[in-house]
Design a protein around this ligand. Sequence first.
Ligand SMILES: Cc1cc2nc3c(=O)[nH]c(=O)nc-3n(C[C@H](O)[C@H](O)[C@H](O)COP(=O)(O)OP(=O)(O)OC[C@H]3O[C@@H](n4cnc5c(N)ncnc54)[C@H](O)[C@@H]3O)c2cc1C
Length: 490
Amino acid sequence: MRSGSRHAVVIGGSIAGLLAAHVLKDHADSVTVVERDRYPDGPRHRAGVPQDRHAHIFLEGGVRALEDLLPGLPDELVEHGSPRLGMPADFVQWQGGQWFRRTPASTHVLTGSRPLTDWLVRRRVLADARVTVLEETEVTGLTGDAARVRGVRVRRRGARQETRTLDAGLVVDASGRSTRAPAWLRAIGAEPPREETIDSGLAYATRFWAAGTNTDLSFRAVYLAIDGRHPRGGLLLPVEGDRWIALLSGFRGHEPPTDEQGYLDFAATLPDPVMREWLDRAEPLTAIHGFRGLANVRRRYDRPGRRPAGFLATGEALCAFNPAYGQGMSVAALCAVALRDALDDGRRTPTTRRVQRALADATRQAWDISSGADRVVPGVTGNAVRPRVIDRPAAWYLNRVLERLPRNPLVGDTFRKVGSLAAPATAFFAPRVAREVLFTPVPASPSAPPLLPESAESAESAESAGRTRRAGRTGRAGKTGSAGSTEARR
Ligand SMILES: Cc1cc2nc3c(=O)[nH]c(=O)nc-3n(C[C@H](O)[C@H](O)[C@H](O)COP(=O)(O)OP(=O)(O)OC[C@H]3O[C@@H](n4cnc5c(N)ncnc54)[C@H](O)[C@@H]3O)c2cc1C
């Protein structure tokens, strides 16, 4: 930030905006967060974040970033009841036509509700006097010109005319996927970013449940994954307060209904009845909420263009994802870490362009994951769906990863670390992993869901059976055996 004006304005006081404000307070005299909503005084739904009625997984990479920014906050989430689930052990997971082995956990996710996460982040960030928030106030435009943004225009929510300006040396847009910043930039004579979209037509239908008579289960989550070949999916997760969240999803043409019977009927069309059977024994706690409009949208602020100094975009205002991969909150946290590191970097002047590039870099891995998976969904639309030259060999390799990940612990662990943004995608090419991906056969998959986790010993013996079988295949001594155990259905 230039040293001229030492006031920063953040547009939007949700997770990306609050984490950005938390970072900026160390680089400015004061930070004002402008938020359209009035905040609830606890972990409750709010209109500006309509998605908070749906499952919100916090991935391991994002949790680490959150801990880095707000030490102790992940533990606070757990203390307030957010379940911490281990993958793959706690999940009954079906993906790409295969059931996953439930070997001991190597990656963890938090599954507390979104209102809980928002409340705890908000409480911590706003406890610092250097950050103030203007609630029930809406940004309506930018001030300044194509060379430099000098602040924002705001009005009290609901008021038609009454507009005032807030001067600032830096304005950060964190107003989410429906940001109006491109139009605001155009209005001051600057160039809006090019927008890339990939839209699978994904839709969600979600309901909170009490477990009812589902009391003797040996799993903590069910995940029936949606993908290009399987256009319907389901996710069952525990949240705080002894509640569960059941999410049904479908690509275009397979949108889950939000009426009682339609919802249950849709659950019965999933690849396995495990989720429908759970719902039959559970008690609904809320209405069923739908969500549509879940395209991947990337705004290329990192590309050259006539854009003003003093303006940055972060969170979903910068890059919004198909939420099926659970990345958005994690990317908001990774963006805040990138913002901090770029501003702290004593070796380089933190120009707007340089900092914005760092923010874009923080979104890249998540974008590659969700856009790569969605490009192959039948009927996908958007201006960025055409595969690039690099995509063909990458898809060939990734396909081998996907075939092996449910039953091969090393490939599975690597996939989970990369998918949860806790390791770079290059981890797939580490020699040990590449050997498994390129030279081992596809392990056999059981036909029924593994309802019990594997112990460390059984996982090891199954793995060594797999290794022996591979040795047999490569002509060394050994007998063939089955990789992995399949527990009987209850
Ligand atoms: C159905 C669904 C499920 C999801 N599941 C997951 C998941 O499992 N895991 C995960 O990590 N992510 C998930 N996401 C993504 C996650 O919700 C977003 O990535 C995250 O909320 C983005 O945070 P943000 O702060 O950028 O924007 P938002 O959370 O959308 O917040 C934008 C804020 O800006 C305010 N605002 C907007 N315009 C103005 C204005 N003009 N003036 C003032 N204030 C304004 C709004 O009131 C709001 O507070 C999901 C998203 C959806 C839609």
